[in-house]
Design a binder for this molecule. Structure first.
Ligand code: FE
Length: 235
């Protein structure tokens, strides 16, 4: 999700809860508290859970979105309740908790909440292939060709040791492939995320078992949502 959509979602959810007007026309304290808590919620999947088949099965989505992503959201809400993070947008929680050893659990759960929403939006049914338009030009300029981008992304995703994420990110005027371990995100390095690929085993094991390379190929050929990447381009 890009920053604009993220803010729209956060503000929208907050406003909805604040509009819970009590009988005498004033906003109740309970409604205000609910608004604070409701900022962190599981966003709807941007397509049906079987829409990415045969490349990612409905069963994978059921667990990955319905269980893993939901758990990160639930944990974030529990962990920030009653702290200075309550009421802050997810991105702000990630930036403020990053690099603080006593806040690792908050960072991990908040970042995983963000990363998974970003991942669902990085894919679409009938996606993949060569980028066109502004994002196509930006890929050509930074990598030389779409094929070179695919090579760099594949290498990064294949060589991520253990759990993590592979990203297309913007660093000033340049685009680059970045990999992050566990929950970490390019935002913590001051980069703008454009696309992401989840390379935790839970993302592909039901469909591909140990064949991470086949999962990466399916993502590049059939799933990448280039218009989402283009919308995230800054400048
Ligand atoms: Fe995941």
């Amino acid at each position: 999700m890009d920053r604009r959509n993220f803010l729209k979602l956060s503000l929208g959810l907050g406003a909805m809860a604040f509009l819970d007007i009590s009988g005498n026309g004033s906003v109740s304290r309970a409604a205000a508290a609910a608004a604070v808590d409701s900022i962190i919620t599981l966003p709807p999947l941007p397509y049906a859970k079987d829409a990415l088949e045969p490349h990612i099965s409905a069963r994978t989505i059921e667990f990955h979105y319905g269980k893993h992503h939901q758990a990160y959201i639930d944990n974030t809400r529990k962990l920030i309740s009653g702290t200075g993070y309550a009421g802050l947008p997810l991105k702000e929680i990630i930036l403020q908790s990053g690099g603080k050893p006593d806040q690792t659990a908050i960072f991990n759960n908040a970042a995983q909440s963000f990363n998974h929403t970003f991942y669902w939006n990085s894919m679409k049914p009938g996606g993949g292939g060569k980028p066109a338009g502004r994002i196509g030009l930006a890929i050509e300029k930074s990598f030389g060709s779409p094929a070179q981008f695919e090579k760099e992304l594949s290498e990064a995703a294949l060589t991520q040791f253990g759990s993590g994420w592979t990203w297309l990110a913007q660093d000033g005027a340049a685009l680059k492939v970045v990999k992050t371990a566990n929950a970490d995100t390019p935002m913590s390095r001051g980069l703008i995320p454009l696309l992401t690929l989840d390379v935790w085993e839970h993302a592909y094991y039901l469909d591909y078992q140990n064949r991470r390379g086949d999962y990466i190929r399916a993502y590049l050929d059939h799933l990448v949502n280039w218009s989402f990447a283009e919308n995230n381009l800054a400048g």
